[in-house]
Design a protein around this ligand. Sequence first.
Ligand SMILES: [Cu+2]
Length: 124
Amino acid sequence: MKRFIVLFILTALAVAIAAAQLKQNLDLLKGDAQVLTTIIKVPTIVCGSCVTTVTKALKNVDGVKTAKVDLKKKTATVKYTSAKVTLEKLENAIADAGYDANSVKRNPEAYEKLDACCKTDTKK
Ligand SMILES: [Cu+2]
């Protein structure tokens, strides 16, 4: 009976170790998709509505974890998984929402659809 218990414990231990290794491998696989942070300049945002629009546009990009838009600094801080997202994709998402992003110019059609308070051209 003692032998059985020892055998049982050893088996349980072996299973636990195998499971731990499997988990580690899975974590490594996920590790390929590193989480990166980038700060994008969004110089044309002017109000809270702009912040909401840009934040939404970024969060809609598959692979984006968090997006924080700072109205004062006029930046968007984005955390994303490198396997799915590129900086270009993020910039284009902002541009397609009607705002400049780094050196990428806004999509003029999207800009036309923005609320009046968000249109920087009319204020100049
Ligand atoms: Cu606005």
